[in-house]
Design a binder for this molecule. Structure first.
Ligand code: NAG
Ligand code: NAG
Ligand code: NAG
Ligand code: NAG
Ligand code: NAG
Ligand code: NAG
Ligand code: NAG
Ligand code: NAG
Ligand code: NAG
Ligand code: NAG
Ligand code: NAG
Ligand code: NAG
Length: 812
């Protein structure tokens, strides 16, 4: 079983989203240049009192914030006409405040139900989006705004039941209640929704994404006004079958529906005819949408954005080629397998796609397409992102790709492509991310890659590339270079030292024959260095002059021919490994900031299954030096690397005692010192390693009593075997000469399982990471917030993720 999770959406779009999005909910312009009519003293006072009921807190509770960085409300001062205040608009004739736009104003505090805001009876537009009202309820007093046409309280930390009074704002044209605040839960009850739908006869835009509507029958939405243009139910908590008559609303332009994360208990049947023709944006991510993508989808001539994830089977109808306005198409994560398009074995990706010449984004990942990519892909000249990740595509990578000169991101990984990379790839001058991982691609890496000067992320791992690493890979914007698992030989090109932004260098599992690349130690951002399983040799030592590897957190030199003492000078200088909290104490994910914010991820194999761990916490570090010929003692200074989660020094020729300073590595989850020549007692200090879940000290010359307590009560015989002079639990040889029973492995098993769950929930990857160092492969191209939740349970990180997903799915 392989588990693939991938978010395939245009990250580049999301930057423009926040704060801009609020614009659509109001047609009244809040910046008032006309100051001819001064606002009344009462209204000015009401606004000033409103201002004092909150503090301004620039720490936003949204993990995804790229908005404003100042609060409009700070400009509100007594003695200045309030109509000229930032965010306030007045009626030119009466001077009444008619619009208030306080979105992104960093208001912080509970929203008082007796707020003086409610004195502004002439308000027609109110925007309080993206503030932090600390889980307040939306006050029922809101119904006092009887003239309100536009109300936006999205992402503002309102929580609890939406007051039924919201249904008594009969003039409302747009309503946005969407809720992506980190911990809130806005609940819309069935009667409130029923009244809302019934009373709001003018409503055109209704945005309820992220709102909990557990009790609502989706059928009620059909009573909405026929003026409806936008219905956004992205990741709302909604169950059951959504009537497909929604597709017949005559003015509907934007429709978005997806089940709440982890509860995909929502279905809708795509109609086979009579779609609402003005539809421009359609986003569906539900359990089921009728299995087939109907031919009639081709009738939606205005469609610009189409993203469907709903277990579609069969083929992609050729009529998709009629959607000439389409700029965004994602059909990733469906089941289009086993069926053939137009009886033509070679055309599993419908050739009519080549007619969609306006496409800028195409994602057909993880849907088991097979056959070659048609050369006609070269018609899609506007493409900036092409994502065919995880299919069964085969044959050569077509050289017509060279026509896609706008392409910034190309992902063909996890397919069966073979042959060389066409030299014409050098034409894709805009490319920032090239991901060809896990195919059978061979030959030499084309020199023309040198022309891809924008490249940030190059992942050619797990292919069959041979020959030396071209020195031309020095296009030095690279932040990630992953050549893991090929047959490359020769030296590691010294030109890599010019790649000053490099964060990850993984050349593991190749045949590189070189000495330790100490010349990389000056790279200021290098965080991950993987040289495992090559023919590196010699002594690992610093040149001492430069600060060495200041940010390194993952060092894997295992299975080479390194010899000599462990690299003490380096260990003394691994600053990043000495800081268990990261820069500001909160966990961070490594990311590559370029056009798109991506993060590194890691595939681990555990009990025969591959799991992909999205994101490597930056506070997570490990050293893996096993299977070399390192000798002499383990330096005490290793005890300073307090953020270490894993330490593997096994299968070397280390001697001397286990340094007691290891007891200071309180984050250590996994320690393997097996198969060395270590002597002396196991230091009692190791008992303070309360996170330790795997310990292997076997095959050394350790003596004396095994320490007892904490984690030591959970390790089995295997941790110690091959040390003839050790005694005490769990060994049968007791220290006082009386035999003791071997301890049960059950407890340890439990612990492992616990560790695994933690990993699965995306909070950390220590245990499994440690266990599986032997199989690690770095992968790239994951959005930074994509946290894998294999068990689908909603959690804090799950919520964050759905927020992110919504943003990603929105158009600018
Ligand atoms: C409301 O304010 C936000 C943030 O300052 C701004 O982006 C948006 O355009 C404003 N909306 C209107 C309708 O003026
Ligand atoms: C600001 O908001 C953050 C959470 O968003 C909170 O942790 C912090 O305590 C707040 N600061 C103040 C001074 O209220
Ligand atoms: C706020 O944003 C402006 C423009 O985006 C930027 O120039 C300024 O440095 C920012 N200020 C702070 C305090 O982040
Ligand atoms: C108010 O002022 C705006 C621009 O200043 C103008 O377009 C609008 O017609 C005015 N409305 C009235 C009622 O005078
Ligand atoms: C609102 O009510 C609180 C008590 O619930 C009171 O302290 C405050 O003065 C009131 N504010 C106004 C503006 O009436
Ligand atoms: C939705 O609200 C109900 C209560 O109305 C609650 O039991 C349920 O857990 C909530 N669901 C989610 C996913 O928050
Ligand atoms: C969907 O919801 C219904 C009713 O709430 C429930 O009976 C059913 O088991 C759910 N199905 C799934 C797959 O969760
Ligand atoms: C694609 O375009 C070609 C030429 O313009 C046309 O012959 C063909 O019918 C189109 N296919 C579809 C499915 O629109
Ligand atoms: C690629 O572009 C050339 C012209 O630049 C054009 O002749 C050729 O047909 C295009 N190839 C494809 C497959 O679109
Ligand atoms: C890079 O591009 C230049 C001109 O654009 C071309 O002459 C050169 O051959 C290319 N280099 C490689 C290695 O393809
Ligand atoms: C291990 O080190 C000892 C000396 O410390 C040396 O005699 C022995 O040959 C070494 N073993 C190997 C396999 O290098
Ligand atoms: C562990 O750290 C403490 C202070 O951080 C230090 O005093 C102590 O000597 C260290 N213990 C060992 C065994 O190095």
């Amino acid at each position: 079983m392989r588990i693939f999770t991938k978010l395939s959406a245009p990250l580049c779009l999301l930057f423009v989203f926040l704060c801009l999005k609020t614009a659509f909910s109001s047609s009244i312009h809040a910046s008032s240049l006309s100051t001819a009519h001064r606002c009344s003293h009462e209204e000015a006072l009401a606004l000033l009192q409103f201002k004092t009921s909150f503090s301004i807190n620039y720490t936003v509770p949204y993990s995804y914030y790229w908005g404003e960085n100042y609060s409009k409300i700070e400009s509100w001062k007594e003695g200045i006409d309030c109509c000229s205040w930032d965010g306030v608009s007045c009626d030119n004739v009466t001077g009444h405040v008619i619009a208030l736009n306080l979105s992104c104003s960093f208001l912080y505090g509970t929203f008082p139900s007796n707020s003086t805001l409610f004195l502004l009876r002439n308000l027609q537009s109110l925007n309080l989006a993206l503030n932090d009202f600390r889980l307040s309820k939306i006050p029922s007093e809101i119904s006092q705004f009887t003239r309100l046409k536009h109300l936006d309280v999205s992402d503002s930390g309102f929580s609890g039941q939406v007051p039924r009074e919201i249904a008594y704002l009969p003039k409302l044209v747009s309503l946005n209640l969407s809720d992506w605040y980190d911990s809130s839960d806005l609940i819309l009850e069935t009667t409130t929704l029923r009244n809302l739908v019934h009373n709001l006869s003018e409503v055109r835009e209704l945005v309820l994404s992220g709102v909990n509507m557990t009790s609502v029958n989706p059928r009620f939405f059909m009573n909405l006004s026929s003026s409806l243009t936008t219905l956004d139910l992205f990741e709302s908590v909604l169950r059951g079958n959504f009537p497909n008559s929604i597709f017949r609303f005559p003015n509907l332009k934007i429709f978005s529906l997806s089940g709440y994360f982890g509860e995909r208990n929502l279905t809708i049947d795509l109609p086979s005819s009579n779609w609402s023709n003005p539809l421009q944006d359609l986003y569906l991510s539900v359990m089921d949408c009728g299995r087939r993508l109907p031919e009639s989808i081709g009738d939606l001539k205005s469609l610009q954005f189409l993203s469907l994830q709903c277990n579609l089977e069969g083929s992609i109808p050729a009529s998709i080629g009629n959607l000439r306005q389409l700029t965004y198409l994602s059909l990733s994560n469906n089941q289009f397998s086993g069926y053939l398009y137009s009886n033509n074995l070679s055309e599993q990706i419908p050739s009519s796609l080549a007619n969609l010449t306006q496409l800028t984004f195409l994602a057909l990942s993880n849907i088991q397409f097979s056959g070659p990519i048609l050369a006609s892909i070269g018609n899609l000249r506007q493409l900036t992102s092409l994502d065919l990740y995880s299919n069964n595509l085969s044959g050569q990578i077509p050289s017509s790709l060279a026509n896609l000169t706008q392409l910034t991101s190309l992902a063909l990984s996890y397919n069966q492509f073979s042959g060389p990379i066409p030299a014409s790839i050098g034409n894709l001058r805009q490319l920032t991310s090239l991901d060809l991982n896990s195919n059978n691609l061979g030959g030499q890496i084309p020199l023309s890659l040198a022309n891809l000067t924008q490249l940030i992320d190059l992942d050619l791992s797990n292919n069959q590339f041979s020959g030396p690493i071209p020195t031309s890979i020095e296009g030095c914007g690279l932040q990630n270079l992953n050549l893991h698992g090929n047959q490359m030989d020769g030296l590691l090109p010294r030109s890599l030292v010019n790649c000053s932004k490099l964060e990850v260098l993984d050349v593991g599992n190749n045949s590189i024959e070189d000495t330790f690349p100490h010349w990389l130690e000056s790279l200021p951002d290098l965080q991950v260095l993987v040289l495992r399983s090559n023919k590196f040799h010699g002594i690992v030592q610093s040149t001492k002059e430069s600060p060495s590897f200041p940010k390194l957190r993952v060092l894997d030199l295992s299975s080479n021919d390194f010899r000599g003492p462990l690299p003490v000078q380096y260990i003394e200088n691994f600053k990043a490994m000495m800081d268990p909290h990261g820069e500001d104490g909160s966990p961070k994910y490594m990311k590559v900031m370029g056009a798109d914010p991506y993060q590194y991820s890691l595939v681990v194999t555990w009990k025969g299954f591959d799991y992909e761990l999205q994101g490597i916490l930056t506070v997570f570090s490990c050293i893996h030096l096993s299977n070399n010929m390192f000798d002499r003692k383990i330096p005490d200074v290793i005890g300073n690397l307090s953020s270490l989660k894993g330490l593997n020094l096994s299968h070397n020729n280390l001697t001397g005692n286990i340094p007691p300073s290891l007891g200071n590595l309180t984050n250590l989850e996994w320690l393997d010192l097996s198969s060395n020549g270590l002597t002396g007692k196991i230091p009692d200090e190791l008992v303070s390693l309360t996170q330790l879940s795997v310990l292997n000290l076997s095959n050394n010359h350790l003596v004396g009593c095994i320490p007892q307590g904490n984690q030591f009560n959970t390790f089995g015989n295997g941790s110690y075997e091959g040390n003839l002079e050790l005694c005490g639990i769990p060994l049968s040889k007791s220290c006082d000469g009386i035999g003791t029973p071997p301890s049960s492995f059950q407890e340890k098993d439990e612990l492992w399982r616990f560790g695994w769950r933690v990993v699965v929930l995306g909070y950390g990857c220590g245990v499994v990471f440690g266990l599986l160092m032997g199989y690690l492969v770095f992968r790239t191209r994951k959005p930074k917030w994509f946290v894998s939740l294999f068990d689908g349970r909603p959690s804090q990180s799950g919520r964050k993720m759905r927020k992110a997903r919504r943003l990603v799915q929105r158009r600018s």
